[in-house]
Write a protein that binds this ligand. Structure first.
Ligand code: FAD
Length: 490
């Protein structure tokens, strides 16, 4: 794709929502933004250097989502004799998950984020339409759908993670990817005021739920405000910003409808702060105060009664226990209590876990996630096994932005191994990015790495909410992902 085609695609997105930004405004922002310029350059085919290699070997990639397909594409671009197989069951595996937040707020249609896996299969890459049901890393093979054995010289595990709604009492089922069967989950999620943007159908239903809340607020006369509750669980999650983004967007929609004063918006995170990076934590806290949001730290959603619209949280804290004379310190006693909260609208961010087939096999860790050396992405036990994306045991790595850095590192290191080199040349530094949508029209671009310090790519205060990042988030990142990453070039 040429730079002009990418620009035209971005402007076509802008045209769909003239109420948010005109084409003229968008062009103005693009022309003054160094980031937009770099996106256009990075997403243009041929602009990212890939070093050609004659290395040979059979590469099997388990999972053809964002990480798996981007890796397959870049490998196909790099190897002169590629032998690459992707194993993926979901016909919509490459759909654009970051867009689910915008679908949830009624800014995009679900159809705008749906892409067919088969259209995005890189040329020369083989596809097995199925699920890996067993890993046998001692014998370099996997089993597909319980019957077909597939052997490999190098394997990349990119299965993403499971949305574990069933871990919350009162809800049922798990979801493995956007197009996977979600019927059991949808029996309770996506109706009667209980919503979740973490799967595509759930995101579309969330917008209906927000509209229902607005209607209810318009007719609401009592002294008590309606209650909108937003949860954040006690497990690692993909896109740590999404539970807050949907809260900010609900606030925007309520304001737009003139009923914000009728609804209390409360955030219930399991953790004890808004963000792991102190600078972003402080900025978010201020944004919450400015919008009159409420929050209750250390509350983990454990149960929902959909009939009475009651959410039950495990509230937890620590207290000083008995004094240990030998150690000369107080014991720490973990305390908890059950807290019931009535809701009119609740957004549930489900607990997440590694897929069972990974967690219960030799390639998984005790916690489930694939144990890789976090810099090289090579498995800690099996040197011909690699992992990236949401399933990899990499701190703070569960975003598309991390995948964009990881897949290049993984490929450089895997090819070096295939070429018989003993030194792995590339290292992932933990970079990740969270474009935190703070209203319709503003985003705080939180970039950071393992140092837990802001690592802004541009000389602008990263704690400020800006229009320019809205433009990036809403109009530029999708073309960059779909045309850039999925072709292995961005
Ligand atoms: C609501 C939401 C908002 C987000 N917002 C952002 C954002 O603003 N910025 C950002 O950078 N990221 C964001 N993300 C996160 C981003 O989408 C993910 O981090 C990214 O998709 C991870 O890629 P992946 O390939 O690891 O997993 P996925 O893209 O989920 O792909 C995993 C694939 O593996 C397949 N699979 C699973 N098990 C098996 C098996 N046994 N055999 C074969 N295949 C299997 C699945 O079918 C799936 O297709 C968001 C995600 C959500 C849900």
């Amino acid at each position: 794709m040429s730079k002009n085609q990418i620009l035209e695609e971005i402007l076509a997105e802008v045209d769909k929502h003239p109420e948010i930004m005109s084409r003229r405004e968008a062009l103005k922002y693009i022309s003054v933004s160094p980031l937009a310029a770099s996106i256009l350059a990075g997403a243009t085919v041929g602009t990212t250097a890939v070093t050609a290699s004659d290395a040979v070997g059979k590469i099997v990639i388990v999972g053809g989502g964002l990480a798996g397909m981007s890796t397959a594409a870049r490998l196909a671009n790099t190897l002169s004799n590629p032998d690459i197989t992707v194993i993926e069951p979901d016909p919509l595996s490459v759909s654009y998950q970051p867009g689910q937040t915008l679908v949830g707020a009624g800014l995009w249609e679900q159809s705008e984020i749906v892409y067919n896996r088969d259209d995005k299969l890189p040329s020369g890459v083989k596809l097995i339409k199925g699920s890996v049901t067993a890993f046998d890393p001692e014998n370099n093979k996997v089993t597909v759908d319980g019957k077909e054995e597939v052997s490999y010289d190098q394997m990349v595990i990119a299965t993403g993670l499971m949305l574990n709604y069933g871990a919350i009492k009162g809800l049922d089922g798990v979801i493995t990817s956007s197009g996977a069967d979600n019927a059991i989950v949808k029996e309770k999620v996506g109706k009667d005021g209980l919503h979740s943007i973490y799967f595509a159908d759930g995101a579309a239903a969330t917008w209906t739920g927000i509209q229902e809340l607005i209607e209810k607020a318009k007719n609401h006369t009592g002294p008590e405000k309606l209650q909108a509750v937003f949860t954040d669980p006690n497990t690692p999650i993909k896109c740590g910003g999404a539970p807050k983004k949907i809260m900010y967007l609900t606030h925007s929609r309520l304001e737009e409808a003139g009923v914000r004063d009728k609804v209390e918006l409360t955030f219930y995170p399991n953790g004890g702060k808004m963000f792991g990076v102190p600078e972003y934590h402080d900025a978010i806290l201020q944004q919450f105060k400015d919008r009159d949001f409420k929050w209750n730290y250390k509350h983990n959603l454990i149960e929902v009664d959909t009939a009475t619209k009651t959410a039950v949280f495990n509230k937890h804290w620590e207290e000083k226990g008995a004094f240990d004379k030998d150690l000369e310190e107080y014991a720490i006693v973990k305390m908890s209590e059950r807290v019931e909260v009535k809701y009119d609208f609740i957004h549930v961010t489900p607990p997440m876990k590694a897929p069972d087939v990974v967690a219960n096999s030799a390639v998984g860790s005790d916690k489930g996630w694939v144990p890789v050396k976090k810099e090289t992405l090579q498995h800690v036990k099996y040197p011909n096994v690699w992992s990236l994306g949401d399933v990899a045991a990499v701190p703070m790595g569960k975003t598309g932005g991390s995948v964009r850095k990881q897949y290049k590192v993984l490929i450089d290191n895997m090819i070096a191994t295939m070429e018989g080199k003993t030194e792995l040349p590339a290292a992932y530094g933990g970079y990740t990015v969270c474009p935190l949508i703070t209203s319709i029209g503003t985003v705080m671009l939180a970039e950071f790495d393992w140092s837990k310090k802001p690592t802004p790519s541009f000389p602008l205060d990263p704690t400020k909410e800006r229009w320019i990042w809205w433009l990036l988030k809403v109009y530029a990142l999708k073309p960059m992902t779909i045309h850039g990453m999925l072709t292995g070039r961005a």
